[in-house]
Design a protein around this ligand. Structure first.
Ligand SMILES: [Fe+2]
Ligand SMILES: [Fe+2]
Length: 202
């Protein structure tokens, strides 16, 4: 809550405005689910570019190994975002809210598809640009989760005993669960920022 938001770049600002227009500014479980559908795709795009790079550079094994280490990292982050998505789906279902198929299935898929293409292209042109966009996205997610916990105090008294405790961990309350998810977003942001300062490897 106390940390200032990043100065978001133009692509991130367009995306956040679009999300606010489509899903309103208020923070809801359904809107977070849309965020999580989109959140996974940069990691999928980077994985894809890295595999293509290995195809071209396998004649230099040490270099190819470095690229492959990045593929592994992308898997971990993708898995982490996957748990966020599944947990949110579970919480929305438990809330009994009925979601429109068009707004909450079709449109998020279209957004994710466009965001994948953009992340892929930026990464292929200059990985720094793609990492910067992802850092903006993760920073936004981190702050939105923190605000959500802050403005929904009843989450403190709601125990979390969901389907994914074995994989994602046990949390005393749904508030703690969201604090952990927000913290994950911070870690993702930091990882992208760390990568931005490294020399190009593809
Ligand atoms: Fe996430
Ligand atoms: Fe994230």
């Amino acid at each position: 809550m106390a940390s200032p938001r990043r100065r978001y770049g133009p692509a991130a600002r367009v995306l956040f405005t679009l999300l606010d227009l489509l899903y309103r500014r208020s923070r809801t479980l359904s809107k977070f689910k849309v965020l999580e559908v989109v959140a996974r795709v940069p990691y999928q795009a980077w994985e894809n570019v890295a595999y293509v790079a290995v195809t071209h550079r396998y004649s230099r094994p040490t270099f190819a190994r470095r690229i492959f280490e990045r593929v592994h990292e992308s898997w971990e982050q993708q898995d982490n975002e996957q748990w966020h998505l599944l947990i949110l789906e579970e919480l929305v279902e438990a809330s009994g809210k009925r979601e429109s198929f068009l707004r909450y299935r079709v449109v998020p898929q279209a957004l994710a598809f466009a965001y994948y293409q953009l992340s892929w292209l930026l990464y292929a042109l200059n990985p720094r640009w793609s990492y910067g966009l992802n850092a903006d996205f993760e920073d936004h997610a981190e702050h939105e989760y923190a605000l959500f916990v802050h403005e929904t105090p009843e989450l403190e008294n709601r125990p979390y005993d969901g389907l994914f405790v074995d994989e994602y961990g046990h949390y005393e309350s749904v508030a703690d669960l969201f604090r952990q998810i927000g913290h994950d977003e911070r870690v993702h942001k930091q990882e992208s920022l760390d990568r931005m300062d490294e020399p190009r490897f593809i």
